[in-house]
Design a protein. Sequence first.
Length: 224
Amino acid sequence: MIFDPVWEQLFASSSWGQYPSESVIRFVARNFYKAIDRQIVKLLEVGCGPGANIWYIAREGFAFAGIDGSATAIAQASQRLDNESPGWRSRGELHVGDITKLPFADATFDGVIDDEAVYSNGWDEARAIYLEMARVLKSGGKLFSRTFTAGCWGDGTGEQTGHHAWRCADGPLAGKGQSRFTSREEIYDLVLGFKVTNIELLMETRGGNQSQEIREWIIEGERE
């Protein structure tokens, strides 16, 4: 994986991702809130950015790790945790690194989160990332993945970079490097190492006549 420097520039130039995704909150609550001791439940976020989801996971008392290719984003996440979750380093870790080669041992985590990170990688790289996420999960570990659908606003615009992948010239992903769009039929061939247990479609519209649709899959799975 070659980290796209556009993300370093975006994280450095704008406030980004202050609050966790509602879908991530539901995933974590449904799968892990009943744990008797949350500190022994360890969650990983790939492409964690400046740490909005990590901040939430830390505040909820879970052990965690986050990894992102942007040194700026990891510095921002670390600073926020230092300010708002003192002592987080006793049960958490943050890394600047390549999510196609995760720096963790096999069967380390109980759950793994991809909240709009893997989509920015090409088809083959994305499949390798899912295999890596499966590798570091315990047997029965849970997957959350949020990715843009085929037909989403911006799909097919700009410069094509690979299989259903574009440097979009239009829509919310314009100016944000490569974006890959996934059809429902492709999900099962994409999410390697997991049994897909649930697929949901999220959609919001923009424009006065609702003609511009931002469409995303929420994919949940279990390590095979």
